[in-house]
Design a protein around this ligand. Structure first.
Ligand code: HEM
Ligand code: MG
Length: 331
């Protein structure tokens, strides 16, 4: 049975989260980790099951408890990922690669491939992970991390902050345009790329520190090792939400959705993709449901159809106050 997502935690205080009950333990050889440094960290500290397989409701609970991510954002991101990467019937999601541990496969074209699956949620121009075209879209990449370091030195006074994040986001897009013939930068990746550039500022800085500056050793600890520093306190929930919702990283170098055409340096705008215009957010939602998700489940029937519609309901619930029209349940 599907467990509904929890609501907002009652206690949203800035508190110690690298505590005795949540020690960092390196993943074992059968434990799954993936492209998200936030979820890898939560699994390494036992906020998520250490094997890297979780119910979406557990993911929402964990990102709230461990990082103070606000409830609506937590539900939106989690159900978006679960709808395209998780097993909707068994209610299990791999935070990395595909595994039989999430249960029996539904009929193709469904993938149920975990967060490593390319192009449905994970996408190109990540900060510390390579593009899928180059063969590994999920492992920490030292060369890319060195680019984060050099941009932080050059533009952020030695820190990852809004100034350096803005330049690095733009650079990673330029890198992909120049080197990845299959570079794709359309919705939903177009949105997640900018959001994820803000996440380290929102969530990897200790909540007692109001500087907006992420120390680079701390950044490495999260990105590479999925490890909270000693004494780490989770973010102030309001500050973190503001960092994610404000758009200075996009505004520093606005780029419209598009992609390369099979050759490098051929970036072409895609007018069909949702963008950051006022109507863009509802289009992101509608296209995600009617194209991306429905594309994976074009003919779902029976328990699979029920689970699909239930999860789509949880997903819409996260944005119910955003003024978008809900896509009717599939039949
Ligand atoms: C990237 C999933 C929450 C930090 C990603 C990616 C996925 C993902 C699939 C890969 C996208 C890509 O770069 O191509 C999720 C899900 C979450 C979640 C389902 C559930 C709410 C968080 C939280 C944090 C976080 C709470 C911070 C504490 C990041 C960062 C990246 C990322 C910084 C970018 C990594 C990079 O570009 O190198 N996430 N994430 N995420 N996530 Fe998460
Ligand atoms: Mg990626």
């Amino acid at each position: 049975t599907l467990q509904p997502p929890p609501g907002q935690n009652k206690d949203t205080s800035v508190k110690l989260v690298n505590d005795a009950a949540h020690p960092w333990i390196a993943p074992g050889k059968n434990d799954i980790r993936g492209p998200c440094p936030g979820l890898n960290t939560l699994a390494n500290h036992g906020y998520l099951p250490r094997n890297g397989i979780a119910r979406p409701s557990q993911v929402v609970e964990a990102v709230q408890e461990g990082f103070n991510m606000e409830n609506n954002l937590a539900r939106f991101v989690t159900y978006a990922a679960h709808l395209v990467d998780g097993n909707l019937v068994t209610d299990l999601l791999s935070i990395g690669g595909k595994t039989g541990a999430t249960g029996p496969n539904p009929p193709q074209p469904a993938i149920v491939g975990g967060l490593d699956t390319h192009a449905v949620f994970e996408g190109d121009a990540s900060m510390t992970r390579g593009d899928a075209f180059f063969g590994d879209n999920h492992s920490f990449n030292e060369t890319l991390f060195q680019e984060l370091v050099s941009f932080s030195m050059k533009f952020g006074g030695g820190f990852y902050n809004v100034a350096s994040a803005s330049e690095l986001r733009f650079q990673r897009i330029q890198d992909s345009i120049a080197t990845n013939p299959q570079f794709s930068f359309i919705s939903p990746r177009y949105y997640t790329a900018y959001a994820e550039s803000a996440f380290p500022i929102a969530f990897f800085i200790d909540g007692r520190d109001t500087s907006g500056n992420l120390n680079l050793d701390v950044a490495r600890s999260f990105f590479q090792n999925g490890k909270m520093p000693a004494g780490f306190h989770r973010a102030n929930i309001t500050t973190a939400a503001d960092v994610v919702n404000n758009a200075p990283i996009f505004e520093a170098h606005p780029i419209q959705p598009g992609g390369n055409n099979g050759t490098v340096n051929s970036y072409t705008l895609d007018p069909d993709s949702a963008d950051f215009s006022p109507s863009g957010f509802c289009k992101l939602y509608t296209d995600f449901v009617t194209k991306t998700v429905r594309g994976l489940y074009p003919t779902a029937k029976g328990p699979l159809l029920t689970a699909l519609n239930t999860n789509l309901g949880f997903f819409f619930g996260a944005i119910a106050d955003q003024g978008c029209t809900q896509v009717p349940p599939f039949v």
